[in-house]
Design a protein around this ligand. Structure first.
Ligand SMILES: [Zn+2]
Length: 582
């Protein structure tokens, strides 16, 4: 993939207003110099999510998420880095330059417009085909829902879409093949993948069609559902059908309901329940689990009550376990055998469906019920087996109250109290990055930071402090951790004193020190800019003195062994003089 030059990211982040970007998605309230809200990434009642217009940085004291405007878009809109940059550039009216001259935007716009044109084609065909419209009508799907989901119809025939969008142009046909809209046979002849099917466009987080699901109109016409294959834009394990529409219907989702079929999503929407998504013909993946919880604190997995439904539910359990941080809840709903949400809501109305949700089983109940199914816990062997099966799964739970409760329950059931190892638990006294277990406990400001740490913290508050300090920085000779990093930061901020905190962090985001830097950026240093400038000058002076002292000691050692060269002798004299002038 083409790279975006770092200098462009700097520019972008100095021109972007993170408050505006976040405000458009999460209502912010002013609180002194900062803005606050209830965190969109974890469930809470009192706001601990803060946005700093000065640092151009957001941070949640509850769950530890933090980052720049780019990071926010990546987390909140679930965009890839490049897409987040494109989105911000569009807002600020900048064009993203790509190294090597290629612009990814141009690369991909052909793809997106092709898929959009295909969607329009299917939408238009729906209007022309009575049979397809009648199907939707009979299922109670109204015009507004058809429009919101951009539902369409792929008519019978082998080259309707091919003729319409591909024509005779080889490159257009290649594009159609790339997105799975055409299939090529062994003889090299290509034809439409979707024929005589109701078409469900799958939209990305920005509402652009990236793939399709197609459903047969009558039962005897091949597989009931058919999806686009994996393409450069479409990875089925990472997408959720209906998420875009659910998010459009409400800014903050209290819950999301996961169903199995596209028609289930459509039917529930039609009945006024918009908080519903479907996986794309696969079991729930871990990426989808994360996506679900990013959008809602409570997630309801809805399955058919038969054996296959229970198996699918267990795969959902395996996907969500590693994502169950405190504040998140997973529920399992089993509908009567042979029912799906579509048929249920048709017969019993939304109230009937809601009644099933109200009776949902919490994850903990379903977990122990399922794992204890074929085990007889009245004897020691059975209890041991239960513990053996449960432990590796429970070990995947993130540290927190839920994990503790699940382990307690296991102990209660089996009488065994051996705890599985805690993943990611750090040693006391080490630096713990925000968002990691143990971080909250360490949040109090460290008053006795080292000189270098203090210098870095000051620069992270106000990168412009480095404006008066051009390189070289002799203190890199100090055998102290962080000295080289401080010098690098100073040089970077000296060259670009207009950068804000977020831009500096983004610049160093790929580095192993990135976490430590954001921890320092989050900390609020007392005082104001004038005081910081004095403190920073003091840090630099003292570091240089320390470097002098180190060199003085080394040269004195050498002098004692009579090994000094002439320049070294001169340097030693100068160091003595500088020391006496302090
Ligand atoms: Zn949070």
């Amino acid at each position: 993939m083409a790279r975006i030059p770092a200098s462009f990211i700097d520019d972008l982040l100095t021109r972007t207003d993170i408050v505006e970007v976040i405000q458009a998605r999460v209502p912010l309230k002013r609180a002194g110099r900062e803005w606050t809200a209830c965190c969109p990434f974890h469930d809470e009642r009192t706001p601990s999510f803060t946005v700093s217009p000065v640092k151009q940085f957001y941070h949640c004291f509850g769950c530890g998420v933090h980052g720049s405007a780019i990071g926010f878009l990546m987390e909140y809109d679930r965009l890839e880095f490049v897409d987040a940059v494109e989105e911000l550039a569009r807002r600020t009216g900048l064009t993203v330059p790509y190294e090597g001259g290629a612009t990814r935007h141009e690369d991909r716009s052909d793809d997106y417009s092709l898929l959009d044109n295909a969607t329009r084609h299917f939408q238009a065909q729906l209007q022309l085909h009575e049979r397809a419209r009648a199907y939707l009508e009979q299922r109670g799907v109204g015009a507004e829902t058809i429009e919101r989901f951009r539902l369409g119809y792929a008519p019978p025939g082998w080259d309707q879409l091919k003729e319409r969008l591909g024509g005779n142009a080889r490159p257009r046909q290649q594009l159609l093949l790339r997105h799975g809209l055409l299939i090529e046979n062994d003889a090299g002849r290509s034809y439409d993948r979707f024929r005589d099917r109701l078409m469900f466009p799958i939209l990305d987080r920005r509402g652009r069609p990236i793939a399709f699901g197609g459903r047969v109109l009558s039962g005897d016409d091949g597989p009931k559902y058919m999806n686009s294959p994996e393409t450069p834009l479409f990875h089925k394990g990472r997408e959720l059908f209906g998420l875009h529409q659910a998010r459009q219907a409400g800014t903050r989702l209290p819950r999301l309901i996961v169903v199995e079929g596209y028609m289930d999503v459509i039917a529930l929407h039609q009945h006024g329940c918009t908080q519903v998504v479907a996986t794309l013909g696969t079991a729930t993946t871990r990426e989808q689990a994360e996506l679900l919880f990013r959008n809602a604190g409570d997630v309801y997995f809805c399955f058919d009550g038969d054996r296959a439904g229970r198996q699918a539910a267990w795969r959902a359990v395996e996907a969500v376990l590693p994502r169950m941080t405190d504040g998140r809840q997973a529920w399992f709903v089993f509908l009567p055998e042979g029912e799906d949400p579509d048929s249920l809501v048709m017969r019993e109305g939304l109230a009937g469906f809601e009644a099933h949700l109200a009776a949902a089983m919490p994850l903990s109940t379903f977990f122990f019920e399922q794992i204890g199914r074929d085990v007889d816990i009245s004897n020691i062997d059975g209890r041991a087996r239960l513990a053996e099966q449960a432990r590796p799964l429970l070990a995947q739970l993130p540290d927190g109250v839920f994990r503790d409760l699940m382990l307690e329950e296991l102990t209660r059931l089996t009488g065994s109290s051996r705890r599985p190892p805690v993943p990611g638990l750090s040693q006391p006294g080490t630096d713990v990055a925000p968002g990691q277990p143990g971080w909250q406990r360490q949040r109090r400001p460290d008053v006795r930071r080292s000189l270098i740490r203090h210098g870095i913290a000051l620069l992270m508050q106000k990168p412009g402090l480095a404006a008066d300090y051009p390189p070289p920085y002799p203190f890199t000779a100090l055998a102290e951790p962080g000295a080289v990093l401080l010098a690098e930061l100073m040089q970077h901020c000296h060259q670009r004193p207009e950068l804000n905190t977020a831009a500096v962090l983004e610049h160093f985001s790929e580095r192993s020190e990135a976490r430590a830097l954001s921890t320092l950026a989050i900390s609020e240093l007392p005082g104001d800019e004038e005081i910081w400038a004095l403190e920073f000058s003091d840090v630099v002076t003292r570091l240089i003195q320390r470097t002098d002292d180190q060199q003085l000691a080394e040269l004195t050692d050498k002098a004692n062994q009579d090994e000094l060269s002439a320049p070294e002798k001169a340097l030693l004299r100068e160091l003595h003089q500088r020391k006496s002038r302090r």
